[in-house]
Design a protein around this ligand. Structure first.
Ligand SMILES: [Cu+2]
Length: 132
């Protein structure tokens, strides 16, 4: 944010030098762009006997990944060891969480709950690609 005094000074400069109005506009546009930070990447993930939907999540490095996780039947978890994430979800109680995808690579996710043997089959991949 510009302080009132700075804004007054800027207006004064604009009156004296009209060409600087364009320059000020550009500077403000650049500052605004920097303020916006990383892009949030939302995903709705459904867990059910015995799969995740989607089973493949692709993002770019440093994206902020937001997972809206829900279960359609029993309690499951969405676990990614390499990112130290283990989120448990119960039916009717969706959970939302975020993390920064700071490591490049292909990371398996799975259900770590042992309530039912079938949960061992619940697998997917988090793919974090390098930014170009
Ligand atoms: Cu499970």
């Amino acid at each position: 944010m510009m302080s009132p005094r700075l804004r007054r000074a800027a207006r004064c400069i604009v009156l004296l030098f009209p060409a600087s109005a364009a320059a000020l506009f550009l500077i403000r546009a650049v500052v605004t762009a920097q303020d916006q930070g990383p892009i949030a990447r939302p995903f709705s993930v459904t867990a059910r006997r015995y799969m995740f939907e989607p089973a493949r999540i692709e993002v770019f490095q440093d994206d902020v990944v937001r997972i809206d996780l829900r279960s359609e039947d029993i309690a499951h978890s969405w676990t990614v060891d390499d990112y130290r994430i283990a989120k448990r979800v119960s039916p009717g109680q969706p959970v939302t969480f975020e993390f920064r995808a700071d490591k490049i690579g292909t990371f398996p996710f799975y259900c770590s709950l042992q309530t039912e043997d079938g949960c061992r089959q619940m697998r997917g991949q988090l793919i974090v690609k390098p930014r170009k």
